[in-house]
Write a protein that binds this ligand. Sequence first.
Ligand code: AVI
Length: 328
Amino acid sequence: MPEFVQIHQSNDAALRAELAAGLLAEPPRAAPKFLYDALGSRLFDAITELAEYYPTRTEAAIFAAHGGAMAQRVPPRAVLIDLGAGNCAKAARLFPVLRPGAYVAVDISVDYLQDAVGELQQRHRQVPMLGLGMDFSARLALPPAAADWLERHDLASAPRCVFYPGSSIGNFNPGESLALLRQAHALCAAGGPGGGILIGVDRVKDKAVLEPAYDDALGVTAAFNRNLLLNVNTLLGSDFAPARWRHVAFYDEAASRIEMHLASDGAQTVRWPGGERHFADGERLHTENSYKWTPGAFETLLREAGFGAATHWTDERGWFSVFWAPAL
Ligand code: AVI
């Protein structure tokens, strides 16, 4: 049977304070984590099916084509630590090639993990599995309950493979990415020799490919972006009217990032208990960045984080890369 541990979640008051501070900031912003309520997560799943959104299927093709080569780097019987595991589908597909000795699925809430880890456990009964609910974007480290779980399964000194697919690292700015990778390195280095990180990274490419991926013809990404306003209304008690906000997504070449915003359609005032903000016509609320990397710049970042020389696999168009970097 899998075990589940939930580390404390931000309470409602803290989330409300964070949201209000963002809405009152110059320029106004809301963190991308607010895109992912139940409907937002389903809309994101729909995005991954869109013709324009190439990252998910490109990464899946890289894993399918090069899984065997990856398995030669990732030590067998490693503790596979899956960051942002969700439905655990990506790790599940790699189980037959990576043959992990244990599986730790990490996501913001164990509620997202219960069913998927339960099902995976049915298929791999001999592999100890732990579902860990925690906000690893705030701090990535194994909580004492997870360290105890490893001890109890005699896995405290097994090599650790941090698995971070999906190019989610791109939703952090370079400084935050470095901090997260340093923590990932410390996590691997605390296990047995041979561990490292297996991470999916979206690459710098032509604007003509990047921009439609974040502004699709069906308007699914627009709905995903606007749904953040409904989630904010629920959490903060605000009165955003999603129909009065336009989805804006563009590639900033100098910063190597897609920016997602919501632009006010007409002048309007948004109110919530204890606060309000006036938005001028066209004024933007910044909701997400998605950084794109060159392989060289990402290798340098991995080095700075403490990892050894990286290897990466890519698709034939060179649009996406999966990196393996040993912890040394
Ligand atoms: C989750 N993350 C990697 C997605 C991305 O591509 O940055 C989120 C997303 N935003 C709009 N479309 C997809």
